[in-house]
Design a protein around this ligand. Structure first.
Ligand SMILES: *[C@@H]1O[C@H](CO)[C@@H](O)[C@H](O)[C@H]1NC(C)=O
Ligand SMILES: *[C@@H]1O[C@H](CO)[C@@H](O)[C@H](O)[C@H]1NC(C)=O
Ligand SMILES: *[C@@H]1O[C@H](CO)[C@@H](O)[C@H](O)[C@H]1NC(C)=O
Ligand SMILES: *[C@@H]1O[C@H](CO)[C@@H](O)[C@H](O)[C@H]1NC(C)=O
Length: 189
């Protein structure tokens, strides 16, 4: 009986020590460094009924209490927006675009500003050719928001990482500019 207890106690110790070794080695895993870092700005001008000439985004779905020329109240909740925004290297809307940010965002929280983003950066310049694909929650009022870089093509073949978004400018419900600090942790090229 005593021997049996001793053996099971020994066994328990073994399990505990091996799990603590595992969690230990995991905690001490070396810090992963990004393999590529990129910074871009993109510019979104929402169609509001009279700016078809320079609008880059349009409400395509709105709740019954809203419409397609004004964001729904409150918190834009229920609006679905499709966009085709110019991407620039600096914060000037009129700088030569290096690509397009194309996709959609939808406002999906009833008690604050929150969007869900699903879009691609499409590059066709001498510097970059290919695309990066993004998805994630965007709590707009937070100074920085992290979304996932879920893949890429061309120069960004199989890329994965994190994009930190910051609202760089916001003018009413019509224009906003986002800065995207992209850190790729998986690079094949
Ligand atoms: C869009 O164009 C209008 C008229 O051409 C101009 O007044 C407005 O400032 C432009 N908006 C942006 C964000 O450039
Ligand atoms: C859309 O909604 C806004 C805000 O409620 C309103 O001012 C505007 O007249 C509406 N536009 C149309 C075309 O119904
Ligand atoms: C990329 O740019 C080149 C040269 O301007 C053009 O021939 C090509 O069709 C473009 N490709 C895409 C996918 O836009
Ligand atoms: C909000 O911003 C803070 C710092 O600015 C950051 O640490 C946090 O992860 C952000 N939260 C979300 C949900 O993005």
């Amino acid at each position: 009986m005593a021997a049996k207890t001793f053996i099971s106690a020994l066994f328990l110790c073994l399990i505990l020590s091996s799990t603590s070794i595992l969690s230990h080695s995991y905690n001490y895993y070396p810090q992963i460094k990004p393999c590529k870092e990129l910074v871009f700005y993109f510019h979104d001008i929402l169609y509001k009924g009279n700016n078809r000439n320079n609008a880059t985004a349009v409400i395509v779905g709105a709740p019954e209490w809203g419409n397609k020329t004004a964001v729904a109240q409150p918190f834009n909740f229920g609006d679905l927006v499709v966009f085709d925004d110019p991407i620039t290297l600096d914060n000037n809307l009129h700088s030569p675009p290096v690509g397009r940010a194309q996709g959609m965002y939808l406002y999906d929280q009833q008690n604050t500003y929150n969007a869900w983003l699903s879009f691609s950066f499409v590059f066709n310049s001498t510097e970059h050719k290919g695309s990066l694909n993004f998805a994630g929650a965007d709590p707009l009022l937070n100074k920085t928001r992290d979304i996932s870089v879920i893949g890429g093509t061309g120069d960004f073949f199989m890329a994965r990482g994190i994009a930190t978004l910051m609202t760089d400018a916001f003018e009413g419900d019509v224009y906003f500019r986002l800065r995207a600090d992209i850190k790729l942790y998986e690079c094949w090229k």
